[in-house]
Design a protein around this ligand. Structure first.
Ligand code: AMP
Length: 283
């Protein structure tokens, strides 16, 4: 497994594979890897000749006062996990490599980045789309893999790829959870024991919502009320949002359909912001 820190070296390495006609799967991450990330890597390994994983904590997707500085980092652990999966290349650039002095170009999917998580993190998706576009240009993979845990991110990236005619296939992978249902996240490392217990409020509320929908409930505002009521049972938790949106346009819907619905929530457990969702349909 090669660990490469510069764009030039990465391009040289990947051009060897491309000359041989190999397919390249790409998994962008911010590191501090867990089984959620690894499921993306496993999928890429299955579907491509070569797999590239990037580890880059992207400053552009963190707002002022957010956790960029204290975001968990552990390259040694990440390296070990990726070696065990026989990843071919790890791209581990410094911030200056991606955003050199005077960097000025940003890409944005209008409107789609202002809803859900974009309401409380107004510059977040602009940072995500910018770095993902740059990484896709640098790696030029056949396929790239994203988790449905960040459903809005996956939807926005698919939209960017379509709108900008990028030559890459985006695959999305189901949410990986701890046995008790908590969606795996690098940010779970911030949680105290009490917060960890209370953080389950969101996945439990979503499970209840899913059951109600399975029993025939289709009213989006009833689902949002149910989610709020369930989460409010946990005094340690503050709700950022609960939402029911269309998958294909990221717009609020009144009536749930079984093929075009995203039910999503974000909560604060102390200083830690956590997200979770389920989708009815395909992204
Ligand atoms: P991050 O390192 O948080 O930027 O995540 C990198 C990729 O891993 C993104 O595509 C995430 O959606 C995905 N991911 C993170 N957590 C999970 C999870 N629990 N299940 C599935 N995918 C995940």
């Amino acid at each position: 497994m090669k660990i490469i820190e510069t764009i030039q070296q990465l391009r040289e390495e990947l051009s060897k594979y491309k000359r041989q006609g190999h397919t390249i799967g790409f998994v962008p991450t911010m590191g501090y890897l867990h089984q959620g990330h690894l499921s993306l890597v496993e999928q890429s390994k299955k579907e491509n000749d070569q797999t590239v994983v990037s580890i880059f904590v992207n400053p552009a997707q963190f707002g002022p006062g957010e956790d960029f500085d204290r975001y968990p980092r552990d390259l040694q652990m990440d390296e070990q996990l990726l070696k065990e999966l026989a990843v071919d290349v790890v791209f581990y650039p410094a911030v200056k490599e991606i955003y050199p002095e005077g960097y000025a170009t940003y890409v944005e999917v209008e409107k789609w980045g202002n809803v859900l998580c974009g309401k409380s993190r107004p510059t977040h998706f602009r940072g995500v789309t910018t770095v993902v576009l740059k990484l896709l240009n640098i790696v030029s993979p056949t396929c790239a893999y994203f988790g449905r845990k960040d459903a809005q991110q996956a939807i926005i990236i698919k939209k960017m790829v379509k709108d900008l005619n990028l030559e890459v296939t985006i695959h999305t992978i189901p949410i990986v959870r701890d046995p008790d249902g908590l969606a795996l996240s690098s940010r779970n490392a911030y949680l105290s024991t009490e917060e960890r217990k209370a953080a389950l409020s969101l996945s439990r509320a979503l499970e209840k919502a899913k059951t109600e929908i399975a029993h025939g409930l289709r009213d989006a505002s009833a689902i949002k009320d149910l989610l709020r009521k369930e989460i409010d049972k946990y005094p340690l938790i503050t709700i950022d949002y609960v939402e029911v949106m269309s998958l294909d346009a990221l717009e609020q819907i009144k009536t749930i359909t079984l093929d075009n619905t995203l039910v999503a929530g974000a909560i604060w457990a102390g200083k830690t912001r956590l997200i979770d969702n389920f989708i009815l349909g395909e992204i």
